[in-house]
Design a protein around this ligand. Structure first.
Ligand code: NIG
Length: 397
């Protein structure tokens, strides 16, 4: 059924058309966008279609959350509280979540991921990536990948998240790059490594990422989160779609990113929750780097799926303009997942593109409970999302 969305105060297309005031948008029955423009220019052929009056509210593309770790059980509230009292974040906490996740049944993990996706949608997110990485053995990593692929758009294999306690580091790297990858690869699109002190060094990271590439997986990297390191350079060298965290960057790292197709994904909620300096978003954009903003939902460093909160933080504390922050959380995320439009609203694989409201792309809409998107930053922390539509169908509100 064709649906006409009317009475839109401002439609932020995140595309050439920019922001259209007093707008309308038509979703075709296949869930893609058939038309966008000012309401007074709506073609007469849509006069008899179903109409949804959005009551003078602002509409954006649904958020594209390109970095989450949703498949976990348990929480680490005590670790967080200790951090707020002055402890440093260390990768070792991942093992606590590994234990809780290995103990959970598949049904329980499904229920948790289902609820997390629903919570994300309630905050305007329509596209989700999520990672394995709390199983850390073949059986649990396969289970995590299968569970995730039932609920999200893109799944990433992160067997190289931490060397499990008691395992030999070199042997574990070979297990990840060998039998674990072999078993998980059919259920995922991406491979990722936590390339950081306390996790995996450059050589180990390269070994795992190259093995994933050979299996046909796209590359992503956790890099430069806790200090300067090789993550960014390795990501650019291997043609990664994105390198995530990017808190500590040398001038050389920034120049490498600017000259590449690798998206720098910032995770502001994580930076605040770990008391790390916020990623230098202003500097990255000024240098010509493509940036994304994602929630990094996980129990250790960022127990939130609120993209609204991340966008608010990017504006208030990272000095992005509202337009830049919205673009980073929509089109930026889509680029980080290679789901952005390359031709006629379709991505490189011919799928309806994400992150922009253009003809041919997915009719994924985030309707704000305000007539202007600046409220995301102007009224921080206030309820912002009114409704969420996925492929033209309401999934929240
Ligand atoms: O992206 N940095 C590595 N992985 C997660 C945190 C994992 C954890 O501490 O549980 C992150 O922040």
């Amino acid at each position: 059924m064709t649906t006409v969305f009317t009475n839109i105060s401002e439609l932020r297309t995140v595309a050439e058309a920019g922001t259209i005031n007093d707008a309308a948008l038509v979703a075709a029955d296949d869930g893609t966008i058939a038309w966008v423009g000012t309401a007074d220019a709506l073609p007469t052929e849509y006069a008899d279609a179903e109409q949804i009056d959005l009551g003078g509210r602002a509409v954006l593309p649904g958020w594209v959350d390109s970095h989450t770790h949703m498949v976990f059980d348990g929480n680490r509230a005590e670790e967080f509280e200790a951090r707020m009292a002055g402890e440093d974040y260390a990768a070792g906490g991942i093992a606590v979540t590994m234990d809780a996740t290995r103990s959970a049944s598949e049904e329980r993990l499904k229920e948790l991921v289902r609820d997390r996706v629903a919570a994300g949608r309630a905050g305007g997110t329509t596209t989700f990536e999520t990672k394995t990485g709390y199983g850390l053995n073949v059986e649990s990593e396969v289970q995590a990948a299968k569970v995730a692929s039932e609920f999200v758009d893109d799944v990433t294999f992160l067997g190289a998240h931490l060397v499990p306690p008691g395992a030999d580091e070199a042997e574990y790297v070979e297990e990840v790059a060998g039998p674990m990858l072999e078993a998980v690869a059919p259920h995922v699109q991406w491979i990722d490594v936590f390339c950081e002190r306390g996790a995996f060094n450059e050589e180990e990271s390269r070994r795992v990422l190259e093995a994933g590439k050979e299996k046909g997986l796209g590359v992503r990297v956790h890099g430069n989160q806790l200090g300067e390191g090789p993550g960014v350079a390795l990501a650019v060298e291997l043609g990664a779609a994105s390198v995530d965290h990017v808190n500590y960057l040398s001038e050389e790292d920034i120049a490498k990113l600017a000259g590449s197709e690798t998206v720098a994904t910032m995770l502001p909620a994580c930076d605040l929750s770990t008391r790390q300096p916020l990623a230098p978003g202003r500097k990255l954009i000024d240098a010509g780097v493509t940036v994304a903003i994602a929630s990094n939902l996980n129990p250790g460093t960022s127990y939130t799926s609120s993209m609204n909160y991340c966008v608010t933080t990017a504006v208030l504390q990272q000095h992005l303009t509202l337009d830049e922050a919205i673009e980073a959380a929509t089109l930026g995320g889509a680029k980080a997942l290679r789901r952005h439009a390359v031709d006629g609203g379709k991505d490189a694989q011919g799928r309806p593109a994400k992150g922009q409201l253009v003809v041919g792309a997915a009719a994924d809409l985030h309707v704000l409970d305000a007539d202007n998107a600046i409220n995301l930053a102007y009224r921080p922390g206030m309820p912002a999302t009114y409704q969420t539509y996925l492929a033209g169908k309401k999934v929240h509100g």
